[in-house]
Design a protein around this ligand. Structure first.
Ligand SMILES: Cc1ncc(COP(=O)(O)O)c(C=O)c1O
Length: 380
């Protein structure tokens, strides 16, 4: 099977050279728009492309207000700050994620609590979330969710749409409503993914997208806060742009803000990439279907989108029969210059989060032992 896989990948990408997990594609107006910013000299914090990029993301996702940031981590940081996160708060999230999800909690003085993921979505499991809350949480007289052991406030829930596959959002929203928790979606990987025809990142109070070089579209580095209402959007724009009071020449600020604004240069790239997004999504779906066929009837199980959702298939993945076969596949493919990768080291194994509270993580650990990501650049 491994040789068949290697041959398939080489035939798909038509190269004998190194095949990465994901490479950016610049097939449209990228050079033109970036050159325009250079010619105009507006490469930095002023220029037409930032507003235009935000508008294109709003139109595409249906978000009430989208605010561009320097990267996805900054978008998540701003989103959680705007959600009212305070030092010592607890935030329930998944151990199967990229470290940025937890780093922003750390830098806001909050602590992650890890709850298991569902195998069907690879994202936060609503049943595990309910079980955790019923065992460890209580509502106080002010209707605030409190951790029974530590007395800390459980403020928010941050699910992540792993590799572009949407989590079970309706169910998670139901749990959040019951326990008075804010839902903030880490949608860094899921631009173009839909849950019941609505775009991921637009269900919670806030969502965060990433346009890092390895994502479905890229701005070099960049991100976007998706806000569920215009007032929050206005505030998101304000705090991500140093909380400057608008004035033609006076410089004054009304709170301690962040300098998270996306430069115009990067936004220009983003506008061009948005024009290509439909083609990227089609290419990715076609590739995913081909992988699905390839691994059919083999000992490897291709990870399909959840039945209730439409995934952008950002990163394709298979489940290997066991850890030994996973190691073997990793070794052989990488030695053949075809990049494959295990899932991120689980968050509760990292030194900075190893003492974080957690529920049962059997599914997360099973995924860690079995999953491998495959080359996923769309073929256009
Ligand atoms: C799940 C997740 N969250 C957050 C981020 C952070 O995005 P960025 O790299 O743009 O800061 C990424 C991607 O890099 C990610 O995959």
């Amino acid at each position: 099977m491994i040789n068949k896989f290697l041959q398939f990948v080489r035939d798909t990408y038509r190269t004998d050279g190194f095949i990465p997990l994901h490479a950016p594609l610049f097939i449209g107006n990228e050079q033109k728009y970036v050159a325009e910013t250079i010619e105009s000299t507006f490469v930095s914090s002023v220029g037409r492309f930032v507003d235009e990029f935000e508008r294109r993301i709003e139109d595409y996702t249906g978000s009430e207000k989208a605010v561009a940031t320097v990267n996805g981590t900054a978008a998540l940081h701003a989103a959680l700050y705007l959600a009212g996160l305070k030092p010592d708060d607890l935030v329930i999230t998944q151990a199967v994620t990229f470290v940025a999800t937890c780093n922003v909690l750390y830098h806001l003085g909050a602590q992650p609590v890890f709850v298991d993921v569902a195998k069907k979505s690879l994202g936060l499991c609503p049943i595990a979330l309910t079980e955790y809350l019923e065992t460890y949480a209580t509502m106080n007289a002010d209707d605030v969710c409190i951790h029974k052991k530590t007395g800390q406030r459980i403020r928010a829930v941050v699910p992540m749409h792993t590799f572009g596959h949407p989590v079970e959002i309706d169910e998670l929203l139901g749990v959040c409503l019951k326990w008075n928790l804010v839902l903030v979606e880490d949608a860094a990987e899921s631009l173009g993914s839909l849950y019941k025809n609505k775009h991921t990142g637009t269900f919670g109070a806030f969502g965060a997208l990433s346009f890092n070089g390895n994502k479905i579209i890229t701005t070099g580095g960049g991100g976007m806060v998706l806000c569920s209402d215009k007032t929050a959007g206005k505030r998101a724009k304000h705090i991500t742009t140093t909380a400057k009071i608008p004035h033609p020449y006076e410089y004054s600020h009304d709170e301690a803000g962040f300098n998270f604004r996306l430069p115009n240069l990067n936004a220009a790239l983003g506008c061009a990439q948005m024009e290509n997004l439909p083609a990227f999504l089609t290419g990715k779906r076609e590739l995913a279907l081909k992988y699905q066929q390839l691994f059919k009837d083999s000992e490897y199980q291709f990870v399909e989108e959840p039945t209730y959702a439409k995934s952008n298939y950002w990163l394709n993945a298979v489940m290997c029969p066991d850890t030994a076969s996973r190691e073997h596949l990793l070794k052989v493919t990488n030695a053949s210059e075809v990049m494959t990768r295990p899932v991120w080291r689980l968050m509760h194994r990292l030194p900075m989060f190893q003492n974080a509270m957690r529920g049962d993580l059997s599914n997360s650990e099973w995924i860690e032992a079995h999953l491998i990501n495959l080359p996923s650049t769309p073929v256009i």
